[in-house]
Design a protein around this ligand. Structure first.
Ligand SMILES: Cc1cc2nc3c(=O)[nH]c(=O)nc-3n(C[C@H](O)[C@H](O)[C@H](O)COP(=O)(O)OP(=O)(O)OC[C@H]3O[C@@H](n4cnc5c(N)ncnc54)[C@H](O)[C@@H]3O)c2cc1C
Ligand code: SF4
Length: 324
C-alpha cells in the first residue's frame, strides 16, 4: 500500500464547525477511517483536508425518543449498536446487521455514519495504485473507461454496506446537517444509483443521526451471505420487515445490498393483502430480480450472486412468516 497522501487533519468539536470545515473544496469526513483510510492508502483520493468527526459529542447521542422510536448519532459505534439492550429487544435486525459488519476490532471503532456513507466497491477499483495504473485506471477515479460495462458512461461499483438495508425497512430517516441548515430525509434518499457518486450529500453536508420510528407491529430480519463468515462484505444482503394479520400480509418492506450501486427498496406493494405461498415466493423473487443489477464488480461470479440474492430474499421472508 502507498503511504497516505498529504492532507490537513481537522478535529472540530461541534457539528457547526464540522460543516464549515467540510465546505472547503476537497475536504472529506472521517469516522473511524476503516473504509476511508485503506482507500487513501491505495491512492483512491487526495483530499485537501480530513475532518475527523470523532471529537463531536453531539454525534454520539444514542437515546429513545418520546414517541417510542430511537435516535442514533452518526458517531455511535457499530459495537455499541449491536450490544445495546433496547436495540436487541426492539430492533433485533439492526443489532444483527451491525454485528455482521467486518470484524470485532473494526466494529469497536467503526461508526454508523461511516458505515452508511462507505464508498462503493469494485474489483477494478479496490486495488493498489500500480494495479489500477497498469489497467488504465477506470472512470470511477482517474480513468475514462468502465471495465465492467465498457460501453457505459457511468460507474456500476457496488454498495456493500450491511446496515443501510435494515434501517430502510425499519422506515428510518437520516438527519443531514449542512451549510443550508438541517434536513430530514427517508434513509433511501441518502443514496443514488451511481457508483462514482452514490451519496446525495451536498458539499459541506454530513450525516448527523438516524431516527427510527416505533415498531408498531412490524417484525424485521436481515440475512447476509459472504464468502468468509468471520469477516467479509456481503456478496448479497436482504432485509425484510413484515406485518401480518392471520394468514394475510398487511405490510411488507424489502431492501437489498451487495447488488447495485446503492441499497435499494424492492417495490413489494403487489404482495400486500395476499398470503405467503409458493406463488408469492416466486413473485418476490421476480421483484428482486427486476430491481437488482448484479454485475462483475466482485470476484464472486455474477450468476451465483444473483441466485443467492433471490434465494435469501425468499428465505428471510419465510423465516419471519414462520414466527407468526
Ligand atoms: C477488512 C474489512 C472488512 C469490512 N467488512 C465490512 C462488512 O462486512 N460490512 C460493511 O458494511 N462494511 C465493511 N467494511 C467497511 C467499513 O469497515 C465499515 O463500513 C465501517 O462501518 C465504516 O465506518 P467508519 O466509521 O470506519 O467509516 P470511515 O472510513 O471513517 O468513513 C467511510 C466513508 O463515510 C464518510 N463518512 C463518515 N462519517 C460520515 C458522516 N457522519 N457523514 C457523512 N459522511 C461520513 C467518509 O468520508 C468516508 O467516505 C469492511 C472494511 C474492512 C477494511
Ligand atoms: S464499475 Fe466500472 S467505473 Fe466503476 S469502479 Fe468498476 S470498472 Fe470502475
Amino acid at each position: 500500500m502507498n503511504i497516505l497522501p498529504e492532507f490537513r487533519t481537522l478535529r472540530p468539536a461541534s457539528i457547526a464547525d464540522a460543516v464549515i470545515a467540510l465546505a472547503a473544496e476537497g475536504a472529506v469526513a472521517l469516522g473511524a477511517g476503516t473504509d476511508l483510510l485503506p482507500n487513501l492508502r491505495r491512492g483512491l483520493g487526495e483530499p485537501s483536508a480530513v475532518v475527523d468527526l470523532t471529537g463531536i459529542e453531539g454525534l454520539r447521542e444514542f437515546a429513545p425518543v418520546p414517541d417510542g422510536g430511537l435516535r442514533i448519532g452518526a458517531g455511535v459505534t457499530l459495537e455499541a449498536i449491536a450490544e445495546n439492550d433496547l436495540v436487541l429487544k426492539t430492533w433485533p435486525a439492526l443489532a444483527q446487521a451491525a454485528q455482521a459488519v467486518a470484524g470485532p476490532t473494526h466494529r469497536a471503532a467503526a461508526t454508523l455514519g461511516g458505515n452508511l456513507c462507505q464508498d462503493t466497491r469494485c474489483t477494478f477499483y479496490n486495488q493498489s495504485q500500480w494495479w489500477r495504473a497498469s489497467n488504465g485506471f477506470c472512470l470511477k477515479y482517474q480513468g475514462e473507461k468502465c471495465h465492467v460495462v465498457p460501453k457505459s458512461d457511468r460507474c456500476y461499483a457496488t454498495y456493500h454496506g450491511d446496515v443501510a438495508p435494515v434501517l430502510m425497512v425499519l422506515d428510518a430517516r437520516a438527519e443531514i446537517v449542512g451549510p443550508a441548515g438541517k434536513r430530514s430525509v427517508p434513509l433511501a434518499s441518502l443514496f443514488r444509483e451511481v457508483g462514482s457518486d452514490h451519496l446525495t450529500l451536498d458539499r459541506g453536508e454530513l450525516l448527523a443521526a438516524v431516527e427510527i420510528p416505533p415498531v408498531l407491529g412490524w417484525k424485521a430480519a436481515y440475512t447476509k451471505v459472504r464468502i468468509r463468515d468471520a469477516i467479509d462484505f456481503p456478496l448479497a444482503g436482504v432485509a425484510v420487515a413484515l406485518r401480518r394479520e392471520g394468514d394475510r400480509i398487511t405490510g411488507l418492506r424489502v431492501a437489498i445490498t451487495g447488488s447495485n450501486s446503492a441499497p435499494l427498496m424492492i417495490p413489494t406493494e403487489s404482495l400486500v393483502g395476499g398470503q405467503w405461498n409458493e406463488a408469492a415466493a416466486e413473485a418476490l423473487a421476480q421483484l428482486v430480480r427486476k430491481t437488482s443489477n448484479v454485475l462483475k464488480t466482485t470476484l464472486t461470479g455474477v450468476k451465483y450472486r444473483r441466485r443467492v440474492l433471490l434465494a435469501v430474499a425468499q428465505q428471510t421472508f419465510e423465516a419471519l412468516w414462520q414466527q407468526g
